[in-house]
Design a protein around this ligand. Structure first.
Ligand code: 0X9
Ligand code: ZN
Length: 528
């Protein structure tokens, strides 16, 4: 029922849109009185259905039209100041990073807790959607808790030593500011579109399966996906961050519905790591406690926990969201947390801030604790034998995409469930990799497919041609073409590092090391 409610409320809000002021909204309810009509006038919402009983069950409507003030919620400016305040007060622990600017010139601020050594990263975000004010509060409080560590919690010291933690409480500051000042129910960012419409739904603008389903191509729609993947500063900033740091776990906060959603969101098909994602989601749901959605007596007793863990497409199929992108591109276990009860919809009163934070704060610590038990990061370089970066396809069984390799440096990283993988790369090369650690380095050296000739002649110390037993070994010490008893030799082999081993009379072999980049003809003078 909760799922249904969340769905119907979300659906109605998404489809009716809120781009034009002075507009009416219908809220569906599973209560006998059915629809509730809200009218927006001068930035305030008025409940037009006077027949509604007041009190229980109608608080969503009441709060939406009453609450046009921030109350205890934080504005963009307040978030900015608080993050800077923390970095000034705790410089040894954290520092602010401006990830970039929005179209209206606001900085998208992160607070980074950077450990001494390169480490797996965690990303906690809020406010992809402007009106979802509660989603700012949780990551912001997390920033305070990590910096201040009020309870002197040893766990926090450990997380700060082991992980590179990034907190971005407000991904969409332009939209948020507009929601505060002009239109409480604004969802998108504030980028002007052709034809006069405003805003792109940032959670439809990420690059994976962009524009496929559950996203609109109409700029005036609430779920407008933008004119191309990552067309928006806000999403390309998160993409750039994800390319820089290997994110081993991500929570992106939204409201509402009390759901913990994991990829895929664009399709009902399960990911290859479904059981692992479901396990982490279930762990967080458990923390949320038993069902306590008192406003809806109809709540099914089968719900085990207050928050329901499920695949994101179970809410609705929508492509281009943040978690699908992070999961597809890097394998990051990334979860959308839909906070808050359906009765409060997108505008819970500020009295809900503390109870909500109390209920979900441990989700963050659960992820910090558990994600690295299930997952690790494989990272390294893909080069040719001469250590130059090469482009090759690296495929890992179970992944629907080959690894993303930086063309300039050959560097890659990939989050994977711990375990053994037979990795294929180059031309029929295979390597068995066992991922045991959280951060494990593996380099892939791709054999060249360019062949060159290596020829020459053996001479004794007096300069006379000599016939000896001879062997050519590759970089791994394997014999290339067996042994020959010869005075001259000629091989055609891939470029690379080789050793020519000459077996001397009455003494051990003599090795000649050659770096073969192009055709070579050499004289080997042996010492006997
Ligand atoms: O629609 C969204 O972006 C999220 N819900 S919200 O009400 N906060 O707007 C849900 C995203 C979940 N992901 C998918 N279903 N793909
Ligand atoms: Zn949202």
């Amino acid at each position: 029922m909760k799922k249904f409610l969340a769905f119907s409320l979300l659906f109605v809000l998404l489809t009716t849109g809120s781009t034009i002021r002075e507009k009416s909204y219908y809220f569906e309810s599973d209560r006998p009185h059915g629809e509730v009509l809200l009218h927006l006038e001068g930035g305030k919402y008025y409940c037009l259905d006077k027949t509604l009983p007041q009190g229980k069950g109608t608080s969503a409507i009441k709060t939406i039209y009453e609450q046009t003030e921030l109350g205890k919620f934080h504005s963009y400016e307040m978030v900015f100041d608080e993050l800077n305040g923390l970095s000034e007060k705790y410089p040894s622990k954290c520092h602010t990073v401006s990830l970039g600017q929005t179209i209206e010139g606001r900085e998208i601020m992160a607070l980074r807790f950077q450990p001494e050594k390169p480490s797996p990263a965690f990303l906690f975000m809020g406010c992809h959607h402007a009106r979802e004010w509660m989603s700012v509060e949780v990551p912001l409080r997390l920033a305070h808790i990590l910096a201040e560590n009020p309870g002197n919690d040893k766990r926090i010291d450990k997380y700060l030593a082991d992980y590179d933690i990034w907190i971005v409480p407000m991904v969409n500051p332009d939209g948020h500011s507009y929601s505060v000042k002009e239109n409480r129910l604004w969802r998108k960012n504030r980028a002007k579109q052709q034809g006069g419409a405003v805003g792109v739904d940032l959670n439809r603008n990420y690059g994976y399966k962009w524009s496929e389903q559950g996203a609109s191509g109409d700029p005036s729609d609430e779920t407008y996906h933008g004119n191309k993947p990552f067309s928006e500063n806000e999403t390309s900033i998160i993409k750039a961050l994800s390319e820089e740091v290997p994110i081993i776990g991500c929570l992106t906060y939204h409201t509402f519905g009390e759901l913990i959603l994991y990829p895929w969101g664009y399709t009902k098909t399960k990911t290859s790591f479904d059981a692992k994602l479901a396990k982490l989601a279930e762990g967080m749901a458990k923390i949320s406690g038993p069902p306590n959605d008192n406003d809806y007596k109809e709540k099914p007793l089968s719900d085990k926990y207050d928050y329901i863990p499920m695949q994101a497409s179970g809410l609705y199929e929508a492509s281009g969201d943040c978690t699908d992108f992070l999961f597809s591109e890097y394998g990051t276990p990334a979860f959308t947390i839909e906070m808050g009860e359906s009765k409060d919809a997108f505008a819970p009163p500020d009295t809900m801030i503390e109870p909500t934070i109390n209920q979900v704060m441990e989700f963050n610590f659960y992820l910090l604790e558990e994600a690295p038990k299930e997952f690790g990061i494989l990272y390294g370089k893909v080069t040719d034998i001469f250590k130059n970066p090469v482009q090759t396809k690296i495929t890992i069984p179970g992944l629907d995409q080959s690894l993303k390799i930086d063309p300039g440096t050959g560097k890659f990283f990939r989050v994977l469930p711990k375990g053994k993988y037979l990795v294929s790369y180059g031309k029929d090369q295979k390597k068995l990799v066992e991922l045991k650690d959280n951060f494990q380095k593996v380099d892939f050296i791709v054999e060249s497919d360019q062949k060159v000739s290596l020829s020459g002649q053996i001479f004794d110390q007096l300069g006379k041609p000599a016939k000896r037993k001879l062997q050519l070994l590759d970089a791994n010490g394997n014999s290339v073409e067996g042994t020959a008893f010869t005075e001259r030799f000629a091989y055609t082999v891939p470029t690379g590092y080789y050793t020519i081993r000459v077996f001397r009379q009455d003494m051990g072999p003599q090795d000649f090391k050659v770096t073969l980049k192009s055709n070579i003809d050499i004289d080997l003078i042996i010492r006997e």
